[in-house]
Design a protein around this ligand. Structure first.
Ligand SMILES: [Zn+2]
Length: 500
């Protein structure tokens, strides 16, 4: 694989300054310019991410690329990095603006007790509390479609605990307030395609497919509908579970996370500059599994849910030999113990977590068949024990007569007999490097694409209450285009097996 490309990309990501975020109010807004609206300051140091996306069915969001350093002493606080504004990175007059707030909440503070007030130009717009949660369980407040944007410069102000109800953990009140300057462009400066953007819905027997006119998905819709029918049928066949109602499928014109998410509906990225490299059938089948399995396993734990989705799609991103690749992963020294992985699944390295989960699911199904696995899958829930790993352990004993540790040892012994060649190890290692590089790009140059900073609202709610741009607009600067094209080239090489 083009390791030189990764090195070049890593250097570029580290060196180039990022300037498309909003600024505190002491900076002077430039009326009429393309001022950014989402004031997260990305980190130059990418952290190891994790999750894909099993999202916020409630329409809540996931913000903030990287935490700011913990204040000393720990104190409830908000900075510009803790606020994301949608749609972004440009706002036009007439759009309904959403604000996602993810402040620093120290240990003694109960997040639900923290009030959050939102002001626009000195006028209170809404109040809420930190009652939402991100994928990785960080507290957030979501003000969805809270303000109809008017052209010109504006001041956004956010206040935490305005009435000073919190004492322990909030000794310093001065860091509870934040002011941001934003600029809203006039509606007639919006690109013509976006001015006429609207959701178009196509009814199939399996699904309701939604695209926005003017996007790549709209252009390729006839072909997409064929793939949708095939992929959803694969999911139905794998689970032996027909949909109780048509599946809601949204194709969007930007990458979010690793290219898809699902709550009660599914969202799939479909665009010309796709740097995730998903095979379309794979990602649609994957997300369809997340919708279908809720019908019989609504409490399933993340480790098993993602494992089943990858297993049923015959691979992650593209077709994959799960036994071979898990054997190669272990040989590469990257294996994460299953108990560790099952707890806080989405905080672990994404590709490792998904591969191991799918391989383990595959092993259990090979061992005792789908029907036994399905009963087990539907029964494991976070309510069963103090941790997901303990719940897994308990249910494995019940359905497979083995503890988690015993079953893991059995599986690893089985993998030791699995033949593979060095190229599989190379492919796995390169895959990990690629996707960490990709997420470093997202963190630094398109934080709403990074799974920890992405807003993952219910697309039905977006269609009914929000703006098409909430899920479709994305940075299109020359730097973004250039880096995305390079990433897309690299992932195509990797997917096609051109490792050198
Ligand atoms: Zn998934």
């Amino acid at each position: 694989m083009r390791k030189q490309i990764f090195i070049w990309l890593a250097v570029s990501l580290a060196l180039a300054a990022c300037s498309f975020w909003g600024e505190p109010t002491d900076a002077t807004p430039t009326p009429g310019s393309e001022t950014a609206v989402s004031p997260i300051t990305p980190s130059a140091t990418p952290t190891f991410p994790a999750a894909e996306i099993t999202p916020a069915a409630t329409g809540t969001a996931v913000p903030t690329a990287t935490r700011t350093p913990t204040p000393l002493p720990p104190d409830l606080a908000i900075t510009a990095e803790d606020v994301a504004i949608y749609p972004g990175p440009i706002l036009y007059a007439g759009e309904k603006v959403s604000f996602i707030i993810k402040p620093f909440v120290p240990e003694p503070v109960i997040a639900e007790d923290v009030s959050v007030h939102l002001f626009l130009d000195g006028r209170e717009v809404e109040q809420s509390s930190l009652s939402g949660r991100t994928l990785t369980a960080d507290p957030i407040a979501v003000f969805a479609w809270a303000w109809p944007a008017a052209a010109g410069p504006h001041t956004v102000e956010i206040q935490l605990d305005r009435d000073d109800q919190i004492q322990a953990g909030d000794e310093d009140e001065t860091n509870n307030r934040l002011s941001l300057a934003i600029n809203v462009l006039t509606a007639d400066s919006q690109p013509p395609l976006e001015q006429n953007a609207a959701w178009i819905t196509t009814e199939l027997s399996c699904c309701r497919v939604h695209v926005v006119n003017g996007t790549a998905a709209f252009r390729d819709l006839p072909d997409l509908l064929t793939v949708v029918e095939t992929a959803v049928q694969q999911a139905v066949n794998k689970l032996h579970e027909p949909p109780e109602r048509p599946l809601e499928i949204y194709f969007i014109d930007r990458i979010i996370g690793q290219g898809g998410y699902a709550g009660s509906e599914m969202v799939v990225s479909y665009l010309d500059r796709d740097y995730v490299g998903n095979e379309l059938t794979q990602v649609i089948t994957h997300e369809a599994i997340h919708l279908l399995d809720r019908q019989f396993a609504p409490q399933r734990i993340a480790f098993l849910a993602e494992g089943v989705a990858v297993w049923a799609s015959d691979g992650h991103y593209w077709p994959q030999d799960l036994d071979r690749d898990n054997a190669a992963l272990a040989d590469a020294g990257e294996f994460v113990p299953l108990a560790t992985l099952a707890d806080d699944f989405y905080t672990h390295q994404h590709e490792i977590g998904y591969l191991e989960a799918a391989g383990f699911v595959n092993y259990l199904i090979e061992l005792r068949g789908w029907n036994r696995f399905r009963l087990f899958y539907a029964d494991v829930s976070d309510e069963d024990a103090d941790t997901p790993a303990a719940a897994l352990d308990l249910n494995l004993q019940q359905y497979y007569n083995r503890t988690l540790a015993q079953m893991e040892a059995d599986w690893l012994a089985y993998l030791e007999d699995e033949p593979y060649r060095q190229t599989a190890v190379d492919e796995i290692e390169t895959r990990l490097v690629y996707f960490e590089t990709m997420r470093a790009y997202q963190q630094q140059y398109d934080p709403p694409a990074y799974f920890r900073t992405a807003w993952l609202p219910s697309p039905n709610a977006v269609r009914e209450e929000g703006n098409p741009a909430d899920l479709n607009r994305h940075p299109q600067d020359a730097l973004n285009v250039t880096l995305e094209v390079m990433l897309a080239t690299a992932i195509t090489d990797l997917r096609d097996g051109r490792l050198r």
